[in-house]
Design a protein around this ligand. Sequence first.
Ligand SMILES: [Zn+2]
Length: 239
Amino acid sequence: MPVFNNPFPANITAFISDRTVDFTLNKNNPDLTKKQRELLLNQLGFDLPEPRPILQVHSDKIVIVDEDSLKKRPVLHKADGLITRIPGQPLVIRTADCLPVFMYDPENKGIGLIHVGRRGAANNILREAVSQMKAEWQTKTKAIKVCLGPAIRSCCYKVGEEFQEHFPEDLTVKDGRYYLDLIQVCKSQLVDLGLQDKSILDRGICTCCDKSYFSYRREGESAGRMISLMMLREGQTKK
Ligand SMILES: [Zn+2]
């Protein structure tokens, strides 16, 4: 398992799996399987409550996980990001080339985990995530810390020329083909929102180059999914 160094304080768990176990969401039975749960237990060193998964649809929709929503029966919401301030409640998303964006508001002890592909970026889901944090917690954008997880990078992300319309500044041309720098798109969007450049940490891993990850581009429809997980641990009693 490649090391994904958690850049956040010790009270925050931030983790992404590799291709050891496929975490593709089963829509009909969205709970973690025994194998998936075992991998997480091994890697994290503690057992988790069942996460509330989302059905990712490349939208700009953010789910707010709070006391009220946790009292309700789990619903598989169509969304591409989650935020919470509840300790011990894991947030999860699944990716295979798309970018997992881990967000932390240290002043309000809130976290967010966002799935960003090219469509999510075009919809500016990061703006929506930040505006939800502001609305819910009065988050100051300047204080937000971000870590960008493994994703397909401009070395491999060949796209059609229509992308000139959305991301003219983040395309490079090689041999007459266009390559999108999704990571730079997201960084620019975050800085435009008021985050500090130095608060955005990029792990620099390309899922398409690094074969320890699942990659939709490299493997096609049959590609599995990695799970990204973020959780506040403050106040949680260790088992
Ligand atoms: Zn690459």
